[in-house]
Design a binder for this molecule. Structure first.
Ligand code: SMO
Length: 705
């Protein structure tokens, strides 16, 4: 298959954009709910403590206050069970509202309900907690109990010392959607039904979770997703706050809404990443990989969201990435700490796998005096071997990894770039070239679609996999129009409403186009077959499509210059070859790549959540936590290969997480390459000017051989 450029030549608006750009969209706070009460949370100020008293009397006398509710008032409820993708080694039950102890700063202890948001927030601030401090376990405290572990041991590792050994710290991050969390719930006492408006990637699971906590049937809960400017994994699993809004609505037999502040999202929203990675790589004299050892340690928060163990599982199963290597000793653990919850975050373990592997390769190449491109070329899984079953048992479906690398080299002008690097170095400049290859598993299991063909030719597509800004309505309409041979304008797309949409797993793991899209193709084929047989209108078909995982992949190559006086890194060029299989809407795939790249750049260069030893978040606002702006973005030259996946009806693969996976690893390699004339450095994320400057001015200890 010939690669084709996907850079959009003419800007095309998505069908979502008219409303979004004109301020006519309906985000969480835009939902009109006459007579709704407002809810605010009283939150723990300590990371670990016994609750001795909750002083609510002052708050109860304040104007507009309807209720101050503690755990016992709402009945002791626990969070839903988590996805047991790895075995759990300890009890992970967690109360919706703290009642005996608090386990992180920001944990909800009481619910305050008032007539206005201001009244609720003011009253919540008046509720005093008497807390008796307990010992705090902080990040990377290996004493704290291991909650889950995983291992992949295959073949023997060489007995001699490894060629490369590295320790990498991956900071905790927070997702930064445009709108902080905002949800509402309406309980109708007459019909005994709950309407739950929640920006979620997984409406069907949110529906089941709310029903479970309220002790009612799933059919009594309607979940409606408003517009949302980004989810990034942070909206993949319900939080205690979400469920408390639903529970309070039923308790008060009314409509309640909650609007989080940005500070609350920092303190108690879902965080991501947060790992310490160690690895050792063995190469033979020709540069062929002989073995990889990895020790992965992920620190989770005080409680585990539904997908909490996914990043560890992904990082462990993805290693050694796109390379043919059967000698592996991968060990991973996840521990809990007295912090906000950690969940999947755009990439979810994929970035960690790529960062560790790609950094090791570059270190090993320098050690051997070999070109890092040559080392990669010698070890990539050849396209003739596809589909390829890895030592870990993962089935890589399709692709030409070597072509991605050579394509990137050609576009980047790799040989010329190396010559230029030498020339500029000779003039005293600090220049690094960064290379990273990556693979991106794109989700397993099923998604569903319901397609209705009306007598006037209009088509309604309802999907169980909703949108959080990706533009799924545009993509799904295109898929249906292509399947049915009609105009996209004839296709209406419904998502994110459990009353009008079929059950789905949801929109995560870069799975929507490949799996939910294939369900649409299948349902379209079904209605066409019915139409051929003369069925009466409207013709409806609901289908589920179950997919084996598709694996995207790619290669990032960039040139970084570092200002010798300030340590400031500047990305001078960035070339990126990505293969996301068949692409339905190039302009949207391009947007996903750019968005992911921005988040990857943020992770590598700026972002970091920091807790102190008492478990206090010291980077709890945008004054202390930097995120990239448009002006921080370099030009990105994207080249798209399109090797179809045999694992779904569209040949599609995922694209949403690629930027978070490849860009950080390439930036790490570029920074280390830039400083390599002075020896191996111990640079860590985020690669701030300060850290780079310090590394430039620190004499490196002589390497152990
Ligand atoms: S981190 Mo994604 O929503 O699987």
């Amino acid at each position: 298959m010939q690669p084709t450029a996907t850079s959009p030549t003419s800007p095309t608006l998505r069908r979502e954009d008219a409303a979004l750009l004109r301020g006519a969209a309906c985000f969480g706070q835009d939902v009109v709910l006459p007579g709704a009460l407002h809810l605010a949370f009283v939150r723990s100020t300590q990371a670990h403590a016994r609750i001795t008293h909750i002083h609510a009397s002052a708050a109860l006398t304040m104007p507009g206050i309807r209720a101050v509710l503690c755990a016992k008032d709402l009945g002791l409820r626990t969070m839903p069970a988590i996805n047991p993708l790895l075995p759990l080694l300890q009890e992970v039950r967690f109360d919706l509202l703290a009642h005996e102890t608090v386990d992180y700063v920001g944990q909800a202890v009481a619910v305050v309900v008032a007539e206005t948001l201001q009244q609720a927030r003011h009253a919540a601030a008046q509720v005093q907690l008497s807390l008796h401090p307990l010992a705090v376990s902080s990040d990377f405290d290996t004493q704290s109990a291991v909650v889950t572990r995983t291992q992949h041991h295959h073949g023997e590792l060489p007995h001699h010392a490894p060629c490369a050994s590295v320790q990498l710290k991956v900071p905790r991050l927070t997702a930064m959607p445009m709108e902080p969390r905002a949800c509402s719930a309406s309980w109708d006492e007459d019909t005994q039904r709950l309407t739950f408006r929640l920006a979620t990637q997984t409406p069907s699971r949110a529906q089941a979770d709310a029903a479970h906590v309220l002790g009612i049937d799933v059919a009594q809960v309607r979940v409606i997703c408003p517009d949302v400017g980004g989810a990034f994994g942070a909206r993949a699993s319900v939080s205690p706050e979400d469920l408390l809004v639903a529970l309070t609505a039923k308790h008060l037999r009314s409509t309640v809404r909650w609007t989080s502040s940005r500070s609350e999202d920092f303190l108690a929203g879902m965080q991501g990443r947060g790992a310490q990675l160690e690895g050792q790589l063995w190469l033979d004299e020709q540069g062929r990989m002989q073995g990889l050892a990895a020790q992965l340690h992920f620190t989770l928060g005080a409680w585990l969201p539904y997908s909490g163990v996914v990043p560890l599982r992904n990082a462990a199963r993805i290693l050694p990435g796109p390379y043919a290597l059967n000698h592996l000793k991968i060990d991973g653990i996840a521990t809990r700490a007295n912090t906000a919850p950690v969940n999947i975050y755009r990439g979810a373990g994929r970035p960690e796998a790529a960062l560790l592997m790609e950094t090791l390769i570059d270190i090993a190449a320098r050690r051997h005096g070999m070109d890092p491109v040559d080392v990669r070329l010698k070890n990539l899984i050849p396209k003739q071997a596809m589909p390829f079953t890895t030592a870990n048992g993962e089935v890589l479906d399709s692709g030409d990894y070597a072509q991605a690398l050579t394509q990137a080299c050609d576009r980047f002008g790799y040989a010329h770039e190396r010559a230029e690097q030498l020339r500029r170095r000779a003039q005293g400049e600090c220049i690094g070239l960064g290379i990273a290859m990556y693979i991106e598993p794109c989700g397993q299991g099923w998604e569903s679609a319901c397609v209705t063909l009306h007598s006037d030719g209009r088509v309604t597509v309802a999907s169980g996999s909703p949108a959080q800004g990706q533009g799924h309505a545009t993509t799904y309409a295109q898929i249906a129009a292509d399947s049915l041979g009609c105009e996209v304008q004839q296709v209406e797309v419904l998502m994110g409403d459990s009353h009008t949409c079929p059950v789905g797993i949801g929109a995560l793991a870069s799975r929507s186009t490949a799996i939910a899209g294939s369900a649409i193709v299948q349902a379209c084929a079904n209605v066409q077959a019915q139409a051929r047989q003369g069925a009466a209108y409207p013709i409806t078909a609901e289908e589920r499509f179950t997919a084996q995982e598709a694996w995207s992949y790619g290669c990032v190559m960039l040139r970084l210059s570092i200002d010798r006086d300030t340590g400031k890194p500047t990305i001078e060029r960035l070339v990126w070859v990505d293969d996301a299989g068949h692409i339905v809407k190039p302009v949207l795939a391009h947007g996903q790549l750019i968005g992911g790249a921005a988040q990857g750049l943020g992770q590598a260069l700026m972002e970091q959540l920091i807790y102190d030893e008492q478990g206090q978040l010291v980077t709890g606002s945008l004054m202390d936590y930097a995120i990239p702006r448009a002006s921080d973005m370099p030009d990105i030259d994207i080249f798209s290969m399109q090797t179809p996946s045999p694992h779904n009806l569209l040949g599609a693969k995922g694209v949403g997480e690629a930027g978070c996976i490849g860009i950080p690893a390439a930036l790490m390699n570029a920074a280390r390459d830039a400083l390599s004339p002075q020896g191996e450095t111990d640079l860590q994320f985020p690669l701030t000017p300060e850290k780079i400057w310090l590394a430039m001015h620190t004499t490196q200890p002589k390497e152990k051989s």
